[in-house]
Write a protein that binds this ligand. Structure first.
Ligand code: NAP
Length: 322
């Protein structure tokens, strides 16, 4: 009898083919994210779980499991899983870092370029039939990147890759992380360590690359926006909950900061009625940081490998804590 694996959403065909060779698999096909009640009843019967970053795997859900050996998430973020409790219960947790670093940094940089050069805004102007006069001195002006300061919050994998992109655009790079990185790494990236306060007040662009944790929850609120330059832009490809969205809407409306580019939101997906949608000075992306053909395939490959190892009682290639 094959072990049972449940997927909260389907994966690539090649990944499903691999999984079917070794396990009895079931794929949730209804509402996304899977309703809590269904997940809790499924988790009772299974040996392995493949989930996505919007599936909340909290203590109460883990408590429903009877034979679960491994949770393999198709994401680098694991803030949706109670990893501490999973460890207590000796359930392995696998995740997919590294393979999505370039794609996510590329997306962060596209948001930065888009909002600073008003590309999406221009696109909307044309589609709405509002482009009436050509090339005035003050029409649709953006800002240069060369010589501007980018503040990177969280100089980890994606933050460091963002720094490389910024260096190629001749930007000055400052960063803040809990721990300062080595001098040689700072030198290679051309990045200078500053306090969070300095990062906020000196940056022309802030790009957020920290995980969502208790410490980073709602870190960017009105108090912080008021300390940022009026001409500055905020880019977020980390997790929506790192920003207080109500405050960001107010800051963009009142021009406390110049603009924002977001790939992630407090609650996803956001609807047409979300206050962000009415603002001209914000670029919105539907959580597509890792969304390239190549990256998504690699993520599926690692998700399966992590699951396989966990099912054998071994540590996943990328494992959280245990
Ligand atoms: P990482 O390599 O672990 O980097 C995270 C960085 O944040 C580290 O440098 C860490 O350094 C720093 N950090 C953690 N807590 C902090 C705090 N309280 N204050 C300041 N710095 C803090 O992770 P990554 O692979 O770059 O990914 C970063 C995040 O991006 C993920 O957690 C995920 O949520 C998000 N993500 C989103 C997408 C998307 O589709 N939009 C795709 C991939 C990843 P120290 O611990 O030394 O401070």
């Amino acid at each position: 009898m094959k072990n049972k694996v449940f997927l909260t959403r389907t994966l690539h065909d090649f990944a499903l083919k691999e999984l079917r060779k070794r396990y009895q698999i079931e794929i949730h096909s209804g509402k996304i994210p899977i309703p809590k009640t269904k997940l809790r009843s499924k988790i009772k019967e299974i040996d392995g779980l493949i989930c996505f970053p919007y599936d909340k795997i909290e203590k109460e859900t883990i408590d429903c499991a009877e034979n679960l050996k491994v949770i393999s998430t198709y994401s680098v973020g694991f803030d949706h899983i109670d990893t501490k409790y999973a460890k207590e219960k000796k359930i392995r947790v696998g995740y997919t870092p590294e393979v999505l670093t370039d794609a996510t940094a590329d997306l962060a940089f596209s948001l930065l370029l888009d909002v600073s050069r008003r590309v999406s805004e221009g696109d909307r102007i044309i589609r709405d039939g509002k482009w009436k006069k050509i090339y005035g001195a003050y029409d649709y002006v953006g800002v240069d990147l060369q010589g501007k300061t980018i503040g990177i919050l969280g100089l980890g994998r994606i933050g460091s890759t963002m720094a490389k992109r910024a260096k190629a655009f001749d930007m000055k790079i400052i960063y803040h992380s809990r721990k300062r990185v080595s001098k040689s790494r700072e030198k290679a990236l051309g990045a200078k360590y500053v306090s969070f306060e300095k990062l906020v007040s000196q940056s022309d662009f802030i790009s957020i690359h920290v995980p969502h944790t208790k410490e980073t929850d709602q870190l960017f609120d009105m108090k912080v926006f008021k300390k940022m330059k009026e001409t500055s832009f905020l880019i977020n490809t980390s997790r929506g909950k790192v920003i207080n969205e109500k405050d960001l809407v107010a800051a963009l409306k009142k021009k406390i900061i110049s603009g924002a580019g977001l790939d992630v939101f407090e609650s996803e997906p956001i609807s047409k009625k979300h206050p962000f949608v009415k603002l001209p000075n914000i670029v919105l992306a539907p959580h597509i940081g890792s969304s390239t053909k190549e990256t998504r395939s690699k993520m599926a490959e690692i998700t399966v490998k992590n699951l396989d190892l966990g099912m054998k009682g071994k540590k996943p290639i990328y494992s959280v804590g245990y």
